[in-house]
Every structure is written in structure tokens, then in C-alpha cells.
Design a protein around this ligand. Structure first.
Ligand code: ZN
Length: 248
């Protein structure tokens, strides 16, 4: 859009600006480092075409490099600090607010960003008075207990998504099944309520960089799960519109 078009938008009071926060980091020997950055764009293009009537949103340029210090030591991993990520999100919010937008929503595709995104959204709310939300999609049904608990990186789900969203980008012959922990022995990778929550590094818990059952990924699963995720994100965006309208 041109500056004049942005100035004239009629629904800035309630239509959220969507900011994708991703990562450029190792995703195993079988996938490119751009997976998380790429998935943000995939979700946005799929979800926007499924928005219900009456919902609206605007898309900010994405933040493609994230707080990926847990993947230090793998070639191709790019890292910004938590301070830089916070500052980048705040800068987008502050300027969108200055142009008249009242609502910001984040589609985050990298787990390592979450502990930065949540307090930053609260900061946006408290300092700028904007609506600020993190959008989430629907949980994927039918995964094994192992995959749903410890398939947290470059496993069955992410590999299937990329096979469907970016054909030709996955070399499944290089995929391995490697879980960082077992349900019976969670090791370093504990659930959130663990008595000692260890700050693990990927290289501590995975030789390949994969955490999950990557070889079980298929295009068919990817297509099904992309559709499910896109529907979920479309509902989340519509929800963000409603919240902004109701709260004024
Ligand atoms: Zn990922």
C-alpha cells in the first residue's frame, strides 16, 4: 500500500495489524533453515483467504530472524537477542499506532520467541493502549503421545507442513526419528511444571537437530494439517477483530 492508502484505511480502530515472528534456524539435515520464517507467510496467505465476512486485517512485513540461541552451533542459525526481538516488535507497534492502528496481533512460528512475545504484547497494551494478541491455531489430532509431547522441532508436523507448503524443499531421505526425551523419562526436556525447568540447548538433546519423528511426515498429512491450521488462524484473526470492536 502507498502512504496515502494507509492513511485512508477506514477500519484501523479494530482491524489488527498482523506481525509474523519467525526464525532462521537449523531444522535438521532434511529441511532448510527458513522453515519458521516460511511458515509465518504460509499461515498468513492461507488464513487471509479464509477470513469470514466482516473480518479484516493488515499484514506488516515479518520479523524473520528470531531468538534462536537454543540452536547455537548449527550452521545457518541466525540469532537476535531477546532485547532486539522486543525492540523490533515494539517499534512496529509504536509506528502502526502512530498511523492510527489500534490493534496488533502476532502469528509466531518459533517456540523460542514465545517468552519474549508475551510480555512485549502486555507492554504494548500498557504503554500504547493498543489491543495486542498472540494468535494460535488448533491442536493437531491423532499424533502419537511421543510426537505430541516431544515432537517439538523439525519432526512429523513441521516436516509435513513444509512438504505441502513448499514442495521440493524437504529431502526425506535425510530425515531421522530422534526424540529429545521419552514420556517415561523426560530427561532435560521437562513439561512446564517440572520442579527444575532446565534451559536446554538443542545440541544437548539432539544429535541431528531433529526433535520428533520426521520420517513419518507425508504430503497428505501436511495438506490436511495446513488446512486445519489455516482455518484455526482465520478464526483467531476474526476473534482479534471482535475483541477490538467490543473493547473499543
Ligand atoms: Zn520450526
Amino acid at each position: 500500500m502507498t502512504p496515502r492508502q494507509i492513511a485512508a484505511l477506514p477500519d484501523k480502530a479494530w482491524a489488527p495489524v498482523i506481525l509474523a515472528t519467525g526464525a532462521i534456524e537449523q531444522h535438521g539435515p532434511h529441511m532448510p533453515v527458513a522453515v519458521d520464517a516460511l511458515m509465518g507467510q504460509a499461515w498468513l496467505s492461507l488464513a487471509i483467504s479464509r477470513l469470514p465476512a466482516g473480518a479484516s486485517c493488515y499484514v506488516a512485513p515479518p520479523i524473520t530472524i528470531g531468538k534462536s540461541n537454543e540452536h547455537t552451533g548449527f550452521p545457518g542459525t541466525l540469532i537476535i537477542t531477546k532485547e532486539t526481538l522486543r525492540a523490533q516488535i515494539l517499534a512496529v507497534a509504536r509506528q502502526a499506532h502512530a498511523w492510527g492502528f489500534h490493534s496488533l496481533a502476532i502469528i509466531n512460528t518459533h517456540g523460542g520467541n514465545v517468552p519474549v512475545v508475551i510480555p512485549t504484547l502486555r507492554e504494548i497494551r500498557s504503554t500504547l493502549g493498543m489491543r495486542a494478541a498472540m494468535l494460535s491455531s488448533k491442536p493437531i489430532p491423532g499424533l502419537t503421545t511421543e510426537e505430541s509431547t516431544f515432537g517439538i522441532h523439525a519432526g512429523e508436523v513441521e516436516t509435513s507442513w513444509i512438504m505441502a507448503a513448499a514442495p521440493g524443499r524437504v529431502d526425506l531421505s535425510k530425515a531421522v526419528c530422534e526424540f529429545p526425551a521419552k514420556a517415561s523419562d523426560p530427561g532435560e526436556v521437562r513439561p512446564v511444571a517440572a520442579p527444575a525447568l532446565v534451559a536446554w540447548m538443542s545440541k544437548d538433546v539432539s544429535k541431528s537437530g531433529i526433535m520428533g519423528n520426521a520420517p513419518s511426515a507425508t504430503v497428505e498429512k501436511g495438506e490436511k494439517w495446513l488446512e486445519l491450521g489455516a482455518t484455526g488462524y482465520a478464526e483467531a484473526i476474526a476473534e482479534a477483530c471482535r475483541a477490538a470492536t467490543t473493547l473499543g
